[in-house]
Ligand binder design. Sequence first.
Ligand code: DQA
Length: 143
Amino acid sequence: RKLLLLNGPNLGILGKREPEVYGTSTLADIEESVAKTVADRGWQVTAVQRESEGELVQAVQDNYGTVGAIVNPGALMIAGWSLRDALANYPRPWIEVHLSNVWARESFRHESVLAPLASGVIVGLGADGYRLAALALLAKTAG
Ligand code: DQA
């Protein structure tokens, strides 16, 4: 069984990207912590980070067979309609994660076109948010 860990634009440079906002963990650190969190259940992680929406759509389509997904869409939260439609057809629970507390930031970050489809949304907990999302997916999923 595989868990999809999907990260959108500008998230491949975590660690060096506005660390006062996004923290100092790298995406590799996050991928490792999610992999460790689900390893006991025998799940593996398929980690995909892309800068463009079309490639993220493709990654969702290619991974409809995964057991669940963690998605940080980056700024595509605001108007990522084709990513939203790809996730609408995703058959398993998935959780939207944002490292920063988007509600404490600019108003253009206060809306997500994806969030209504998510099982849950975690914001503002930094890299821990991904690990907590993995725990939530474990709890939601038998076997
Ligand atoms: C983000 C929040 C978004 O508003 C921003 O565009 C990002 C990162 C976060 O993880 O806090 O790229 O998704």
